[in-house]
Each structure stands twice: as C-alpha cells, then as structure tokens.
Ligand binder design. Structure first.
Ligand SMILES: Cc1cc2nc3c(=O)[nH]c(=O)nc-3n(C[C@H](O)[C@H](O)[C@H](O)COP(=O)(O)OP(=O)(O)OC[C@H]3O[C@@H](n4cnc5c(N)ncnc54)[C@H](O)[C@@H]3O)c2cc1C
Length: 231
C-alpha cells in the first residue's frame, strides 16, 4: 500500500468537539477518489495508550486541492488527544488511499445523501468535487445534527449550493425537531423510490438511517453505506 509522510499545515475547531486538520503534500504525489479514506499515525505522539496510534479518516478535501484535509471527532483516546495538540509542522504517516465508496455514474438517477455529525467528511469531498467539475448529477445532502454548533462545514456546503444548481443542501436540528423521519423525507424528496441513497458515519447512525429508509419502502440495493467503525 502506498505510504506518505505529510506535515501539518493548519488545524481549527470547526464544531463542538470537532477539528479539521490540513496536511501539506510537500513533493509527494498523492492521488485519491472522493469517498476514500486513509490510515493516519502520528510520528511522535505526545500521548500513548494500548489502543495504538493508527486511525482511519475519510478524506474531506477534493482531488483538486493541493493539500489533504481530514476532520476528527475529538475523544480522550491518546491518539485523538495527540492529534488535537499536534503542532504545525509535525509529521504524520499516511497509508492509502483506501476504500471504494463512490457515487453511481448514471446521471438520470438522483443522489440522496443522509448523514450526521462527523459522517459529513467524505461527503464534503464528494460534493466539492462534483461542484468543481460542474457535475450534472442531482445531489441532495441531508445533514442531521443536534444543534448548529454540532455541525461541520456548513458554510462550505451553503456556498457550493449557491452556485451549483444540481446541489441541494438540507439541515435537520434534532434537539428542536427530532430525528429525521418519513414526513421530513417526503417533504424534501419528491419520489422516495427514485434516488440511490448514501449513508455514512458512526455505526449507530448508519443502522438507524438504513432501517428508516427500508421501512419507508426504499429497496435495500439502492442504499450504499460506509460505517466509521471505532465509535
Ligand atoms: C472507513 C472509516 C472512516 C472514518 N472516518 C472518520 C472521520 O472522517 N473522522 C473521524 O473522526 N473518525 C473517522 N473514523 C473513525 C476513526 O477511525 C476512529 O475509530 C474513531 O474516531 C474512534 O477513535 P478514538 O481514538 O476516539 O477511539 P478508541 O476508543 O481509541 O477506539 C478506536 C480504535 O479501536 C478499535 N475499535 C474500537 N471499536 C471498534 C469497532 N467496533 N470495530 C473496529 N475497530 C474498533 C479500532 O482499532 C479503532 O481504531 C473512520 C473509521 C472508518 C473505519
């Protein structure tokens, strides 16, 4: 598997307990497809525990970016604490890209993405790429979070919606309005049976969303998902 060493260029808190990290490629030629992920380990981690120093992260930047972006939900594991406190210029080791999660290519079938919290990362890459390449694919992204403070990349997604006529961005704040349900989906998706559905995030979120889609009559074959195992 290809191996790279990248230096941290920028980091920022972007939502409650969530940060993004941007790494420089240097002179390395890193290629990937939107929807893929990488394994990252920190070269000289500040903290250590028996769960080790390697974690999978979806790539949140697009192939046109001259940097690699990931976003992480912060926890008190040694790896996540080391990542949060990483100093600019520190090195990480990257293995990948990995995974085959990608949108279908038939442009006549609409895409509906349903995600929450940190599950947004790979879809940021997918939507940025579709917007940069003037894709004719109709994409609806439904992003569910407890409150706006829990949501990442809202400004980016709103900006891409403003100039990509094929991209429709919908938020759901569950503290106020409850979890996504059949009524909400029917309100936003004209024909529930027509699209292919894409779901990613922590396993509990993926299982709940997939179950709801099946209950309202979406064919299992029309649902693609990626679980962020480890939560
Ligand atoms: C394809 C993929 C993409 C991901 N993308 C992101 C992302 O973009 N952002 C993000 O924040 N997180 C992402 N994750 C999750 C991330 O890799 C970590 O597992 C998670 O953040 C928890 O790490 P921790 O240090 O907080 O927890 P810890 O308690 O230290 O546990 C994490 C580690 O424990 C092991 N582990 C624990 N439970 C399981 C399980 N049920 N199945 C398999 N292994 C387990 C794994 O080795 C894992 O790396 C992704 C995971 C996968 C598989």
């Amino acid at each position: 598997m290809p191996h790279y060493t990248f230096a941290l260029k920028e980091k920022k808190v972007i939502a409650k307990e969530t940060m993004f990290f941007v790494f420089e490629f240097g002179d390395q030629d890193f290629k990937f497809r939107p929807g893929q992920f990488i394994d990252i380990s920190i070269e000289d981690p500040k903290y250590k525990d028996d769960k080790g120093n390697v974690r999978a992260f979806s790539i949140a930047s697009s192939p046109l970016d001259d940097y690699l972006m990931i976003a992480s939900r912060l926890t008190d594991s040694a790896m996540k604490k080391s990542l949060a406190e990483l100093e600019i210029g520190s090195l990480v080791h990257v293995d990948g890209p990995l995974g085959s999660f990608k949108l279908h290519t038939d442009k006549s079938i609409p895409v509906v993405i349903i995600t929450g919290g940190i599950g947004i990362t790979l879809f940021r890459s997918i939507v940025k790429d579709a917007t940069e390449n003037n894709s004719e694919q109709k994409i609806t992204l439904i992003y569910s979070n407890r409150t706006p403070e829990d949501a990442s990349f809202i400004e980016d997604l709103e900006e891409w919606q403003a100039y990509n006529n094929n991209f429709n961005f919908i938020t759901r704040w569950t503290k106020e309005d409850g979890h996504i349900d059949e009524k909400f989906l029917k309100q936003h998706i004209k024909n529930l049976a027509a699209p292919y559905y894409y779901v990613a995030g922590p396993p509990g979120m993926v299982a709940g969303t997939t179950q709801l889609l099946i209950e309202i009559g979406v064919k299992e074959d029309n649902i693609k998902f990626e679980e962020f195992a480890g939560y």
